[in-house]
Design a protein around this ligand. Structure first.
Ligand code: COA
Length: 208
């Protein structure tokens, strides 16, 4: 790994200096908002972590994960960890930084029997692309076909439940597809974000 000696992964969950990165992504607007604040308050004591990947002190990547009870997604499983998000900036892509973040996750959560997340297929955003999530070592267990109720109306995309076991014959995680239709309230830049002003319960509708 060419840059390995110049990189550092910092767990910022409880470091005041990096506190703003708990509330925001690597790019995009910096805004503290109620749902995120409430989420962090609930999730941090229960095992939520956010880590930044630094390359020569410049932030180039991040990973966020937690036990399923306090994850973004309605995924359930015993002794599993849910990866809420992983992101390596485009300018830093292709240097094994994604792999580095995954290795750090596996090393940090030794008791986990596996890791779960979601992936998207045919969504209009560049986020959570299934082939990219697969490259990190995850495989699809299940999927649901949906359309957004207000954006790109009628365009369907699939949400996949992704899984990466670390032990053989580990019990598979499950998910609550109906709950997933409500979207995510805890990250403003997430492609499945449910805006606070959108009053309907579900932002997505299932297609068959
Ligand atoms: C997925 C992601 C983290 C991968 O980061 P990365 O540092 O570029 O990936 P790596 O260099 O560690 O590569 C991981 C694997 O994918 C392979 N890979 C990476 N880019 C590839 C490409 N364009 N084509 C084929 N294979 C590729 C690597 O060879 C490696 O495979 P290996 O384990 O067989 O060697 C990064 O692309 C990303 O951040 N994507 C956006 C993720 C996202 O949507 N986040 C949510 C934000 S809201």
């Amino acid at each position: 790994m060419k840059f390995a000696s110049q990189t550092k992964i910092v767990d910022i969950t409880r470091i005041v200096e990096y506190e703003k990165y708990l509330h925001r992504c690597l790019a995009g607007p910096f805004k503290r908002y109620k749902k995120r604040l409430e989420y962090l308050k609930r999730a941090i004591p229960k095992g939520f972590h956010k880590k930044l990947l630094l390359l020569n002190r410049e932030i180039v990547g991040q990973i966020e994960y937690s036990p399923p009870e306090v994850s973004y997604y309605p995924i359930t499983g015993n002794k599993i960890i849910v990866m809420n998000c992983i992101w390596v900036l485009r300018k830093a892509k292709g240097h094994d930084f994604g792999k580095l973040l995954m290795e750090d996750l596996i090393k940090s959560e030794k008791d986990a029997i596996g890791f779960a997340t979601i992936a998207l297929k045919n969504h209009w955003s560049p986020w959570f692309k299934k082939d990219e999530i697969e490259k990190l070592g995850f495989k699809s267990l299940d999927s649901i076909k949906v359309a957004h109720k207000t954006k790109y109306k009628g365009r369907t995309f699939k949400i996949h439940l992704m899984w990466m076991p670390t032990t053989e014959n580990s019990k598979l995680p499950t998910w609550n597809q109906q709950k997933l239709l409500e979207g995510i309230t805890t990250c403003i830049l997430h492609p499945l974000y449910h805006p606070q002003t959108y009053e309907q319960k579900q932002i997505l509708e299932q297609h068959y």
